[in-house]
Design a protein around this ligand. Structure first.
Ligand SMILES: C[S@@+](CC[C@H](N)C(=O)[O-])C[C@H]1O[C@@H](n2cnc3c(N)ncnc32)[C@H](O)[C@@H]1O
Length: 284
Protein backbone atom coordinates (compact mmCIF):
# COMPACT_ATOMS: atom_id res chain seq x y z
CA UNK A 1 0.00 0.00 0.00
CA UNK A 2 1.29 3.46 -0.85
CA UNK A 3 1.66 6.02 1.91
CA UNK A 4 0.92 9.13 -0.21
CA UNK A 5 -2.40 10.70 -1.18
CA UNK A 6 -5.39 8.40 -1.67
CA UNK A 7 -5.87 7.74 -5.39
CA UNK A 8 -9.08 9.83 -5.71
CA UNK A 9 -7.24 12.85 -4.25
CA UNK A 10 -4.34 12.18 -6.60
CA UNK A 11 -6.67 12.07 -9.59
CA UNK A 12 -8.31 15.33 -8.55
CA UNK A 13 -4.93 16.95 -7.95
CA UNK A 14 -3.76 15.81 -11.40
CA UNK A 15 -6.84 17.38 -12.97
CA UNK A 16 -7.00 20.61 -11.00
CA UNK A 17 -3.34 21.55 -10.41
CA UNK A 18 -2.42 21.99 -14.09
CA UNK A 19 -5.53 24.15 -14.50
CA UNK A 20 -4.53 26.34 -11.57
CA UNK A 21 -1.03 26.68 -13.06
CA UNK A 22 -2.49 27.62 -16.46
CA UNK A 23 -4.76 30.20 -14.82
CA UNK A 24 -1.79 31.74 -13.01
CA UNK A 25 0.16 32.07 -16.28
CA UNK A 26 -2.84 33.59 -18.06
CA UNK A 27 -3.41 36.01 -15.19
CA UNK A 28 0.22 37.25 -15.36
CA UNK A 29 -0.07 37.67 -19.14
CA UNK A 30 -3.34 39.60 -18.85
CA UNK A 31 -1.91 41.85 -16.13
CA UNK A 32 1.17 42.68 -18.20
CA UNK A 33 -1.00 43.63 -21.21
CA UNK A 34 -3.30 45.71 -19.01
CA UNK A 35 -0.34 47.55 -17.49
CA UNK A 36 0.61 48.75 -20.98
CA UNK A 37 -2.71 50.60 -21.40
CA UNK A 38 -2.36 54.26 -20.36
CA UNK A 39 -4.79 55.58 -17.73
CA UNK A 40 -8.09 56.52 -19.34
CA UNK A 41 -10.49 59.22 -18.22
CA UNK A 42 -13.85 57.91 -17.13
CA UNK A 43 -16.80 59.67 -15.64
CA UNK A 44 -19.15 57.39 -13.67
CA UNK A 45 -21.85 59.99 -12.89
CA UNK A 46 -24.41 58.45 -15.31
CA UNK A 47 -23.97 54.93 -13.90
CA UNK A 48 -26.83 53.50 -11.84
CA UNK A 49 -26.46 54.09 -8.09
CA UNK A 50 -25.79 50.98 -6.01
CA UNK A 51 -28.91 51.72 -3.92
CA UNK A 52 -31.09 51.36 -7.04
CA UNK A 53 -29.71 47.98 -7.98
CA UNK A 54 -31.71 45.67 -5.71
CA UNK A 55 -30.61 42.13 -6.52
CA UNK A 56 -33.31 40.55 -4.33
CA UNK A 57 -36.09 42.33 -6.25
CA UNK A 58 -34.69 42.11 -9.80
CA UNK A 59 -33.86 38.42 -9.44
CA UNK A 60 -36.60 37.34 -7.03
CA UNK A 61 -37.27 33.59 -7.18
CA UNK A 62 -40.89 34.24 -8.18
CA UNK A 63 -42.02 37.18 -10.25
CA UNK A 64 -45.23 38.34 -11.94
CA UNK A 65 -43.07 38.38 -15.09
CA UNK A 66 -42.66 34.59 -15.01
CA UNK A 67 -45.61 33.83 -17.31
CA UNK A 68 -44.18 36.20 -19.97
CA UNK A 69 -40.83 34.53 -19.47
CA UNK A 70 -42.23 31.04 -20.01
CA UNK A 71 -43.90 32.14 -23.27
CA UNK A 72 -40.90 34.11 -24.59
CA UNK A 73 -38.36 31.50 -23.54
CA UNK A 74 -40.48 28.78 -25.19
CA UNK A 75 -40.61 30.73 -28.46
CA UNK A 76 -36.82 31.24 -28.50
CA UNK A 77 -36.11 27.61 -27.60
CA UNK A 78 -38.24 26.49 -30.54
CA UNK A 79 -36.25 28.69 -32.97
CA UNK A 80 -32.74 28.66 -31.64
CA UNK A 81 -31.67 26.02 -29.21
CA UNK A 82 -31.58 22.78 -31.11
CA UNK A 83 -27.90 23.40 -31.90
CA UNK A 84 -24.67 23.04 -29.90
CA UNK A 85 -24.93 26.37 -28.14
CA UNK A 86 -22.56 25.82 -25.20
CA UNK A 87 -20.39 28.79 -26.25
CA UNK A 88 -23.31 31.22 -25.77
CA UNK A 89 -24.42 32.63 -22.42
CA UNK A 90 -26.05 29.94 -20.28
CA UNK A 91 -29.80 29.39 -20.08
CA UNK A 92 -29.87 30.81 -16.55
CA UNK A 93 -27.89 33.88 -17.63
CA UNK A 94 -30.38 34.52 -20.43
CA UNK A 95 -33.15 34.51 -17.84
CA UNK A 96 -31.22 37.06 -15.73
CA UNK A 97 -30.70 39.35 -18.76
CA UNK A 98 -34.40 39.08 -19.59
CA UNK A 99 -35.34 39.99 -15.99
CA UNK A 100 -32.96 42.93 -16.03
CA UNK A 101 -34.56 44.45 -19.14
CA UNK A 102 -38.08 43.83 -17.86
CA UNK A 103 -37.17 45.46 -14.54
CA UNK A 104 -35.31 48.56 -15.73
CA UNK A 105 -37.20 49.06 -19.03
CA UNK A 106 -34.23 50.40 -21.04
CA UNK A 107 -35.06 51.78 -24.48
CA UNK A 108 -31.60 51.61 -26.02
CA UNK A 109 -29.32 48.61 -25.47
CA UNK A 110 -25.84 47.94 -26.82
CA UNK A 111 -24.17 44.52 -26.82
CA UNK A 112 -20.57 43.66 -27.67
CA UNK A 113 -20.29 39.96 -28.60
CA UNK A 114 -23.25 38.72 -30.66
CA UNK A 115 -21.85 35.25 -31.48
CA UNK A 116 -24.89 32.89 -31.71
CA UNK A 117 -27.23 35.71 -30.71
CA UNK A 118 -28.51 33.85 -27.66
CA UNK A 119 -28.19 36.83 -25.31
CA UNK A 120 -29.44 39.12 -28.12
CA UNK A 121 -32.75 37.24 -28.56
CA UNK A 122 -33.56 37.41 -24.85
CA UNK A 123 -32.60 41.07 -24.52
CA UNK A 124 -34.65 41.91 -27.65
CA UNK A 125 -37.60 39.76 -26.58
CA UNK A 126 -37.70 41.58 -23.23
CA UNK A 127 -37.60 44.97 -25.02
CA UNK A 128 -40.48 43.84 -27.24
CA UNK A 129 -42.48 42.75 -24.16
CA UNK A 130 -41.81 46.15 -22.57
CA UNK A 131 -43.44 47.67 -25.66
CA UNK A 132 -40.43 49.56 -27.04
CA UNK A 133 -36.67 49.50 -27.36
CA UNK A 134 -33.83 48.56 -29.63
CA UNK A 135 -30.63 46.59 -29.25
CA UNK A 136 -27.52 47.19 -31.35
CA UNK A 137 -25.36 44.08 -31.23
CA UNK A 138 -21.74 44.24 -32.40
CA UNK A 139 -19.37 41.40 -33.30
CA UNK A 140 -15.93 41.39 -34.89
CA UNK A 141 -17.24 38.52 -37.06
CA UNK A 142 -20.12 38.75 -39.51
CA UNK A 143 -22.30 36.49 -37.37
CA UNK A 144 -24.92 36.20 -40.12
CA UNK A 145 -22.47 35.14 -42.82
CA UNK A 146 -21.31 31.65 -43.67
CA UNK A 147 -18.33 32.08 -41.30
CA UNK A 148 -20.67 32.82 -38.38
CA UNK A 149 -20.69 30.47 -35.39
CA UNK A 150 -24.31 29.48 -36.15
CA UNK A 151 -23.06 27.05 -38.82
CA UNK A 152 -20.64 25.14 -36.57
CA UNK A 153 -23.24 25.17 -33.81
CA UNK A 154 -25.71 23.47 -36.14
CA UNK A 155 -28.39 26.18 -35.92
CA UNK A 156 -30.78 26.09 -38.83
CA UNK A 157 -30.61 29.85 -39.52
CA UNK A 158 -28.22 32.76 -38.86
CA UNK A 159 -29.07 35.12 -35.97
CA UNK A 160 -30.76 37.79 -38.16
CA UNK A 161 -33.13 35.14 -39.55
CA UNK A 162 -33.87 33.79 -36.09
CA UNK A 163 -34.62 37.35 -34.88
CA UNK A 164 -36.95 37.76 -37.87
CA UNK A 165 -38.72 34.46 -37.18
CA UNK A 166 -39.25 35.65 -33.60
CA UNK A 167 -40.78 38.91 -34.84
CA UNK A 168 -37.85 40.86 -33.39
CA UNK A 169 -36.30 42.40 -36.54
CA UNK A 170 -37.61 45.85 -35.59
CA UNK A 171 -35.83 45.61 -32.24
CA UNK A 172 -32.38 44.40 -33.34
CA UNK A 173 -29.57 45.88 -35.41
CA UNK A 174 -26.56 43.67 -36.23
CA UNK A 175 -23.17 45.34 -36.70
CA UNK A 176 -20.11 43.44 -37.98
CA UNK A 177 -17.17 45.47 -36.66
CA UNK A 178 -14.50 45.23 -33.96
CA UNK A 179 -15.63 47.04 -30.80
CA UNK A 180 -12.66 49.42 -31.13
CA UNK A 181 -13.94 50.65 -34.52
CA UNK A 182 -17.51 50.83 -33.31
CA UNK A 183 -16.44 52.90 -30.28
CA UNK A 184 -14.33 55.25 -32.42
CA UNK A 185 -17.25 56.05 -34.75
CA UNK A 186 -20.16 56.26 -32.29
CA UNK A 187 -21.80 59.15 -30.49
CA UNK A 188 -25.10 57.44 -29.53
CA UNK A 189 -25.96 56.92 -25.88
CA UNK A 190 -27.51 53.85 -24.26
CA UNK A 191 -29.55 52.82 -21.23
CA UNK A 192 -27.88 49.43 -20.94
CA UNK A 193 -24.54 48.19 -22.29
CA UNK A 194 -23.73 44.48 -22.14
CA UNK A 195 -20.05 43.57 -22.60
CA UNK A 196 -19.51 40.00 -23.80
CA UNK A 197 -17.06 40.47 -26.68
CA UNK A 198 -13.28 40.63 -26.23
CA UNK A 199 -12.62 39.40 -22.69
CA UNK A 200 -8.97 40.55 -22.50
CA UNK A 201 -8.42 42.81 -19.46
CA UNK A 202 -7.03 45.60 -21.66
CA UNK A 203 -10.09 45.43 -23.96
CA UNK A 204 -12.60 45.37 -21.10
CA UNK A 205 -10.82 48.32 -19.40
CA UNK A 206 -11.08 50.36 -22.64
CA UNK A 207 -14.68 49.29 -23.31
CA UNK A 208 -15.87 50.17 -19.78
CA UNK A 209 -14.14 53.57 -19.88
CA UNK A 210 -15.87 54.28 -23.21
CA UNK A 211 -19.22 52.85 -22.07
CA UNK A 212 -19.28 55.09 -18.98
CA UNK A 213 -19.21 58.07 -21.33
CA UNK A 214 -22.06 56.68 -23.49
CA UNK A 215 -24.56 55.91 -20.73
CA UNK A 216 -27.83 57.74 -20.26
CA UNK A 217 -28.43 58.81 -16.62
CA UNK A 218 -29.12 55.81 -14.39
CA UNK A 219 -27.80 53.47 -17.09
CA UNK A 220 -26.19 50.11 -16.60
CA UNK A 221 -23.04 48.34 -17.71
CA UNK A 222 -23.27 44.56 -17.43
CA UNK A 223 -20.20 42.34 -17.64
CA UNK A 224 -20.15 38.68 -18.58
CA UNK A 225 -17.33 36.38 -17.45
CA UNK A 226 -16.70 38.37 -14.29
CA UNK A 227 -15.08 35.99 -11.78
CA UNK A 228 -14.86 37.85 -8.43
CA UNK A 229 -11.19 37.98 -7.34
CA UNK A 230 -10.34 35.52 -10.08
CA UNK A 231 -11.94 32.61 -8.24
CA UNK A 232 -13.80 29.74 -9.86
CA UNK A 233 -17.55 29.82 -10.24
CA UNK A 234 -17.94 26.53 -12.10
CA UNK A 235 -15.97 23.35 -11.29
CA UNK A 236 -15.23 22.47 -14.92
CA UNK A 237 -14.78 25.93 -16.39
CA UNK A 238 -11.54 27.84 -16.24
CA UNK A 239 -11.57 31.34 -14.76
CA UNK A 240 -11.70 34.11 -17.38
CA UNK A 241 -9.20 36.62 -16.04
CA UNK A 242 -9.86 39.78 -18.08
CA UNK A 243 -13.10 41.29 -16.73
CA UNK A 244 -12.16 41.07 -13.04
CA UNK A 245 -8.64 42.41 -13.66
CA UNK A 246 -10.13 45.31 -15.66
CA UNK A 247 -12.63 46.03 -12.86
CA UNK A 248 -9.86 45.81 -10.27
CA UNK A 249 -7.93 48.57 -12.07
CA UNK A 250 -11.02 50.72 -12.77
CA UNK A 251 -12.11 50.62 -9.14
CA UNK A 252 -8.61 51.47 -7.88
CA UNK A 253 -8.50 54.45 -10.23
CA UNK A 254 -12.03 55.49 -9.30
CA UNK A 255 -13.24 54.03 -5.97
CA UNK A 256 -16.78 55.28 -6.64
CA UNK A 257 -17.20 52.45 -9.18
CA UNK A 258 -18.46 49.27 -7.56
CA UNK A 259 -19.71 45.95 -8.83
CA UNK A 260 -22.68 43.71 -8.00
CA UNK A 261 -22.07 40.08 -9.01
CA UNK A 262 -25.38 38.37 -9.88
CA UNK A 263 -24.20 35.06 -8.43
CA UNK A 264 -25.92 33.03 -7.10
CA UNK A 265 -29.26 33.32 -8.89
CA UNK A 266 -32.39 31.65 -7.50
CA UNK A 267 -32.57 29.39 -10.55
CA UNK A 268 -30.25 26.87 -12.14
CA UNK A 269 -27.88 28.49 -14.61
CA UNK A 270 -26.06 25.38 -15.81
CA UNK A 271 -26.44 21.76 -14.74
CA UNK A 272 -25.74 21.52 -11.01
CA UNK A 273 -25.21 25.21 -10.26
CA UNK A 274 -26.98 28.53 -9.69
CA UNK A 275 -23.75 30.47 -10.23
CA UNK A 276 -23.30 33.06 -12.94
CA UNK A 277 -20.46 35.27 -14.13
CA UNK A 278 -22.83 38.18 -14.85
CA UNK A 279 -22.24 41.37 -12.86
CA UNK A 280 -23.39 45.01 -12.96
CA UNK A 281 -21.19 48.05 -12.46
CA UNK A 282 -22.72 50.50 -9.99
CA UNK A 283 -21.93 53.94 -8.57
CA UNK A 284 -21.15 53.74 -4.84
C1 LIG B 1 -18.61 34.51 -25.77
S1 LIG B 1 -19.05 35.07 -27.35
C2 LIG B 1 -20.56 35.96 -27.01
C3 LIG B 1 -21.72 35.06 -26.74
C4 LIG B 1 -23.06 35.71 -27.05
N1 LIG B 1 -23.34 36.78 -26.13
C5 LIG B 1 -24.18 34.69 -27.05
O1 LIG B 1 -24.90 34.57 -26.03
O2 LIG B 1 -24.35 33.98 -28.06
C6 LIG B 1 -17.92 36.36 -27.67
C7 LIG B 1 -18.08 37.02 -29.03
O3 LIG B 1 -17.33 38.23 -29.01
C8 LIG B 1 -16.79 38.45 -30.29
N2 LIG B 1 -15.64 39.36 -30.16
C9 LIG B 1 -14.38 39.05 -29.73
N3 LIG B 1 -13.61 40.15 -29.78
C10 LIG B 1 -14.39 41.16 -30.24
C11 LIG B 1 -14.15 42.53 -30.51
N4 LIG B 1 -12.94 43.08 -30.33
N5 LIG B 1 -15.17 43.27 -30.98
C12 LIG B 1 -16.41 42.73 -31.18
N6 LIG B 1 -16.68 41.43 -30.94
C13 LIG B 1 -15.68 40.66 -30.48
C14 LIG B 1 -16.43 37.05 -30.77
O4 LIG B 1 -16.35 37.03 -32.20
C15 LIG B 1 -17.56 36.21 -30.22
O5 LIG B 1 -18.56 36.05 -31.18
Amino acid sequence: MGVGMPSITKTLAKRILPQIAIEAVLRRREKRALDLVPDLDFEPSALIASTLFDHSVIFAAQSPLDSDWEADHGAIVRQATEGRIGSAVSAGDRRALYRLVRHFQPKSVLEFGTHLGMSTYYLAQALARNGAGRITTVDIIDVNGDGGAWRQAGLKMPPAEIAKALGLSGHVEFVAEPSTEFMAGQQDTYDLIFLDGDHAASAVYREVAWALGRLNPGGQIILHDYFPNGTRLFPDLQVVQGPYLAFDRLSRENPSIGIVPFSPLPWTTMPGTNNTSLAALVRM
